[in-house]
Ligand binder design. Sequence first.
Ligand code: 5GP
Ligand code: ZN
Length: 115
Amino acid sequence: MSSNCLFCKISSGEIPSQKIYEDEHVFGFVDIHPQAKIHLLFLHKKHTANINEMSTDPKAIAQMFHGIAEYSKSCDLATNGFRVVTNLGADGGQSVFHTHFHILGGEPLGHFGRR
Ligand code: 5GP
Ligand code: ZN
């Protein structure tokens, strides 16, 4: 838990969220400003700032994707398909500095690129 981190506070329950998944390591919840019909955020409960920092802990990465797989297989997401996005730094558009993965779906998504 990193003091003053919004997503540490959300995953610990200190700040309320619409939780859709939780296991020992991973927490999933609904994004407050959805960019697709389904827009979820998945994070590891152990605080890291971004995927490069998280990459020093391969176990955390495995646990992260295990959580995403477990959740997506439990509902229509894995059947119909979805997109996983993670942003890093200013050019990546990262605004919350606790590593998280956007899960987008619930409708066909266009290709992506520059805005
Ligand atoms: P980033 O821009 O860092 O890749 O993604 C941060 C995401 O967190 C954004 O999509 C934003 O809508 C979402 N977000 C920011 N604050 C909150 C909040 O308090 N609750 C929830 N559920 N989502 C948030
Ligand atoms: Zn944090």
